[in-house]
Design a protein around this ligand. Sequence first.
Ligand code: PRT
Ligand code: ZN
Length: 283
Amino acid sequence: MIRIAIQAKGRLNEESVALLREAGITIEDSKRKLLARSDDFPLEVLYLRDDDIPQAVAMGVADLGIVGLNEVEEKEQEVDTVHRLGFGKCRLSLAVPKADAYEGVRSLAGKRIATSYPNILKRFLNEQGVQADIHEIAGSVEIAPAVGMADAIFDIVSSGGTLITNGLKEVEKVIWSEAVLVASRNLSPEKRTLLNQLLFRFEAVERSRGMKYVLLNLPNDRIEEAIRILPGMKSPTLLPLAQEGWSSLHAVINEKELWKRIEQLKAIGAEDILVLALEKMIL
Ligand code: PRT
Ligand code: ZN
């Protein structure tokens, strides 16, 4: 049995649950419970606030955790970051009021900076050799300058819309974050095996994201060209059709290039093109 801590509610909750589900791990629907068991994998889910996940994993209260890299870096707990999960992407940035002059990090010397991430900010300012007054606040950081609580802020930015709404401009992008899988450093061999099984499943899910399975028929003398249109494939599958001189070709294509490739394939004589959703890619 392995225990994974995920965010109880908030931005990472839904995608964390979805990732487990796509990896074939369903969890009893128990919004009110702190701990829930999976029926189809020896796994328990512990629902926590994201701030508490790094420590829970470091202490061994949970074996694994899904949490923003920003929290891992801030909490400075002894955990291993074993996999980047590709969702919850954001950055931690410094921002100042729009009208303020800004000429590099030195402009922040002696200023008061409001943040919920004092440790990351402290490390950054030390690296830059800049002394400033770090003012830790738990939330609504972006209003601090307008109410006279700070001269600058250091906070999470995603689209940048919140900064604009609050009359601020982003002046330094300090770290990039996304949801990561963290693991305790003292996993038993049994738990390490379960972690490896989980990672194998997560990777299969990630690989299939944005990919489509394409089947088409084409004349045999066009096969070479078709293979050139489908780069990156080790070797597409070819099956002879009952109709003399024709074959069926199966390939995996990234959704982003799907239409371009299909037009090229049509141009060389491909017919009866089927595009199917791809569930999992296991290599
Ligand atoms: O209750 P709990 O403590 O668990 O949740 P929380 O309120 O501390 O965190 P939550 O759910 O807001 O965010 C969880 C994690 O999501 C963060 O730690 C980040 O890793 C990640 N994440 C990704 C974000 C954002 N994007 C994001 N945009 N977290 C917060 N924001 C905020 C940002 O601070 C800004 O105020 O959303 C606002 C909108 O951002 P813009 O730039 O798109 O306007
Ligand atoms: Zn939090």
